[in-house]
Design a binder for this molecule. Sequence first.
Ligand code: ASP
Length: 344
Amino acid sequence: MTNKPRILIVYTGGTIGMVKDYKTKALKAFDFSQIIQKIPEIAQLNCVLESISFEEPIDSSNMNTAFYVNIAEIIEQNYNSFDGFVVLTGSDTMSYISSALSFMFENLCKPVIFTGSQLPIGDLRTDAKENIITSIEIACAQKKGVPVVQEVCLYFEYKLYRANRTTKINADQFEAFTSMNYPPLAESGVKLDFNTHYLKKYSKTKSNLIVRKNLVTDVVVLKLFPGITENTIKNMLAIPNLKGVVLESYGSGNAPTASWFLNLLEKAIKSGIKIVNVTQCAGGSVQQGHYETSFNLKKIGVISGNDITTETAIAKLMYLLAEDLTEKEFRKYYETPLRGEITT
Ligand code: ASP
């Protein structure tokens, strides 16, 4: 028996696992069991590595909540036999997927690190190698036998972020993600530096991992823009079975004061639809009541998303809508940080 940390790599698809067929120039998924062959440097890491692959690797644009459950179940089934997990997905929807997983895992006390790459692993200038190698190092990091990271994170281009704080901001550059409202949890340079202060605090009470697999997908994002019509909003709020709306408002949570607009929202809230106010700005937060243009939203019962990202606002809606909560409890839980996703 070895004392080396045991790390499970879960490969779901995305650019990272692709190689170029130099004849046809097309990108195709490679057999992930050959990962050590593709990155021989991995053998130098002081850990025991195993990998599991989706039977059919997918582009992250094809992700849905059934795949989230697949990932969660792989981790659940292997939770006790591994010290950490590195999940490889496409970067396009990685912030959505990893945010959702952060809510699905309750009492998580092992690292779950999401990563991917902008260039395929077989490409000469690939960013995949650094992203995978450092993600594994982070998943291995322990202090006195306890994992340094005990939450769901996203590692990309030398920075480790809390997953539910991230957004993909660039389709071309290696620095594809940012976390506007929360500092990086670690930075990788010559050394790997953890910003210990910002990591989830280690909980001394050991509770078993709970995996919440019910997610409600009857949600919609309603992005405001000057000129949006009554008809558009009316039809969106009339979607059959609609249960939750992420309202992307302006600035610090501001929206039109027109009575048709407020009446439509109020009617939806009275019918039981949960409406959460998030800002369209990349950074900063909603402060309902700060301006006259957000005062009424608060009055009619719109929930404040504070500084939550849109990706995480959706994930949190999907998660909380599946719980049996009263109106008051729903608001309370939504406005309280459950996995460090909002600032208090
Ligand atoms: N389209 C790819 C995906 O998200 C892009 C990537 O892997 O970065 O699956």
